[in-house]
Design a protein. Structure first.
Length: 283
């Protein structure tokens, strides 16, 4: 998989350059989830598609920005599912954004995710890689190249509480769960970008990020293949947990369509235990 990780590093430099140099306006198109695409989404998608075109181990690509599967090398072993520029609507306000990659071997489902990676384009450019072995590794661009700086390890309990979705559309027990954490002294942290929000919780040692099912979006907003499952591997390997609203590990999800979403909760052990209680999930 090293060729894939090296390609992701090249992609990170290119997308970072485009974010800094290019127009942040809307393109004329929508993505497969019906959302308006920014020019940056389209450009980032093209950069990734071109970069993987000649990587022999990549059998196919599935992009959050496109419908369907793009077949590449017939002898390749892996399918790379990616969100080219998650949180792109935050670029105009100059907040951090990121790219997310899930590397699957076999059918596109959680148990076949062999590795995941995400890039953070912020004040610094960082790349985090998780495999099924060991802690996720954080590399940072120093002197023009990625250098490993530390490993992600989550504490048993954190201090941050981040929940997505419109509060008026939360169900009562989600609202109670979130309010109770604030009553306990948790700090609100929510930028509206999945990458920086989940990254912050892991780097600072713990807490919880929720994107619940809501009355307007019963299956949440975040996509299983490109966002939810890749981050589930990160959290589990860092010593945390990642489950859905029924208590199922997100790494066991089986999407029936590439763009399926799922309610999702990523956190340290203490907060996920509290979530199970609040949601009435039996262990
Ligand atoms: P954009 O790519 O449209 O900026 O959406 C970002 C995102 O998919 C994810 O990065 C956030 O966690 C989530 O949406 C925020 O959604 P809410 O605004 O509904 O909380």
């Amino acid at each position: 998989m090293n060729d894939i990780f090296e390609t992701i590093k090249t992609i990170a430099f290119e997308i970072d350059h485009v974010i800094k140099a290019e127009d942040v306006g809307y393109s004329d198109s929508e993505n497969s989830s019906g959302e308006d695409q920014l020019k940056l989404d389209v450009q980032s998608d093209l950069i990734i598609e071109k970069a993987f075109a000649d990587v022999a181990s990549v059998k196919a690509l599935v992009s959050e920005e496109k419908e369907g599967v793009l077949e590449l090398s017939p002898t390749g072993k892996y399918t790379v599912c990616y969100d080219p520029l998650d949180g792109s609507s935050l670029v105009d306000v100059n907040l951090s954004v990121g790219s997310i990659f899930g590397i699957y071997e076999g059918e596109l489902e959680g148990k076949n995710l062999v590795a995941s990676a995400y890039t953070v384009y912020g004040p610094r450019v960082e790349l985090i890689i998780a495999t099924r072995k060991g802690k996720p590794k954080v590399s940072r661009v120093i002197d023009g190249k990625f250098q490993e700086v530390f490993e992600l390890t989550m504490n048993e309990k954190g201090i941050f509480n981040a929940s997505g979705g419109t509060q008026q559309n939360w169900c009562d027990y989600h609202k109670t769960f979130i309010d109770d954490l604030f009553e306990e002294g948790y700090h609100l942290r929510y930028s509206g970008g999945m990458v920086p929000d989940l990254h912050q919780i892991m780097v600072k040692g713990g807490g919880i990020f929720s994107y619940p099912g809501t009355s307007d979006k019963p299956n949440g907003k975040l996509r299983q293949l490109f966002e939810v499952i890749p981050f589930a591997l990160m959290y589990e390997q860092a010593g945390g947990q990642a489950i859905n609203n029924k208590g199922m590990r997100l790494l066991e999800l089986v999407p029936s369509h590439p763009h399926d979403t799922s309610p999702c909760f990523f956190g340290s052990n203490y907060e996920i235990t509290a979530l199970r209680e609040a949601y009435g999930i039996k262990v």
